[in-house]
Design a protein around this ligand. Structure first.
Ligand code: NAP
Length: 298
């Protein structure tokens, strides 16, 4: 239980609602900042402005998945208030105060280093990335269906990258009956692709392979789908770029060639916010309970 543990939830989207629900169940004291337009309240959680919260009382703070922008502003879909995380505010929190975010950036990393607070970027964790790959794949399937006039079954689908997302994408599309070819750069990944009974190729040879590509799904956060690669694709090819912004595709050239190319960020939050929130809630509560245990043993 988190009885007596004080946590501020700062902004976010529908995923945070699941986190809030779970923390209330565990009896934490919650301060909801940036939720004033939420159409239903939460019994046992206070809606407040950041200035009304006493930072000295906080044991943890939970930022939305994107964290802050490079100016320290936090986005929320449940309020018009702007929320700004500053050094002056953060250094008033107790030293043990944990700061959770989905991903970090230079602002947030520097801020927590300067104030000597512990930052936990949840998406850096393998377990979160693997669980999160499940709704990501479902969102990719949705996009493939919406943007093509042919079935996934019997299509030739290229998957670039065999990381946490790439592996789930490749396996799921293969199980839907597609002919899946996976590009990677490490020889161990090429071996794993073969073991999965999929066709493998070295990513550096990508442009020699794409002449029969129906759908290309990129998970590599680097410019790999270049103009030379796109030039060899049939006109019907759909590119779904899952890699974090700006993606790994030459979108300008794709448009010029008349190839549909879509950057598809944040699919878990779009197609399955409840599941995506639940994945975050599970890890946050696990970390908090471990932390309380460790502090109790000190
Ligand atoms: P990951 O486990 O780190 O996998 C990344 C893959 O890209 C690995 O196979 C890696 O190969 C490869 N790679 C990286 N740089 C490369 C380069 N320069 N050339 C060739 N291969 C390279 O990451 P992940 O968790 O699968 O996530 C993949 C991307 O999807 C990330 O950008 C992530 O933010 C994004 N994402 C998007 C969504 C969405 O909704 N669109 C959801 C979740 C994640 P090596 O192992 O050889 O480095």
């Amino acid at each position: 239980m988190l009885t007596g543990y004080s946590i501020a939830i700062l902004g976010g989207d529908a995923r945070q609602l699941e986190v809030i629900r779970r923390l209330i169940e565990l009896d934490a004291t919650l301060h909801l900042i940036g939720f004033d337009q939420l159409d239903h309240g939460f019994t046992g959680a206070k809606q407040e402005a950041l200035d009304d919260v006493d930072p000295k009382e906080l044991d943890a703070m939970i930022l939305p998945v994107p964290g802050t922008n490079l100016q320290g502003e936090i986005d929320t879909i449940f309020s018009n208030q702007s929320i700004q995380l500053t050094k002056e505010w953060l250094e008033q929190t107790p030293e043990h105060c944990l700061l959770f975010t989905g991903i970090t950036n230079n602002y947030l990393t520097n801020l927590t280093q300067e104030t000597n607070r512990t930052l936990i970027p949840l998406f850096d964790r393998n377990d979160v990335a693997i669980y999160n790959s499940i709704p990501t794949v479902e969102g990719t399937i949705m996009m493939a269906i919406q943007h093509t006039d042919f079935t996934i079954h019997s299509s030739t689908i290229f998957v670039l990258g065999l990381g946490r997302v790439g592996m789930s994408v490749a396996r799921t599309f293969a199980s839907l009956g597609a002919k899946v070819k996976v590009g990677a750069r490490k020889s161990e990944d090429l071996a794993r692709i073969h073991e999965m009974s999929l066709e493998s190729f070295s990513i550096k040879d990508l442009k020699q392979h794409t002449h029969d590509c129906d759908i290309l799904i990129n998970t590599i956060p680097a410019q790999v789908v270049t103009a030379a690669v796109i030039q060899n694709m049939p006109n019907r090819t759909l590119i779904i770029d899952l890699a974090s912004k700006p993606g790994g595709t030459d979108f300008r050239y794709a448009e010029k060639r008349g190839i549909k190319a879509l950057l598809a960020p944040g699919l878990p939050g779009i197609v399955a916010p409840k599941t995506a929130g639940s994945i975050l809630a599970n890890v946050i509560t696990q970390v908090l309970i471990e932390e309380i245990g460790e502090r109790g043993n000190e």
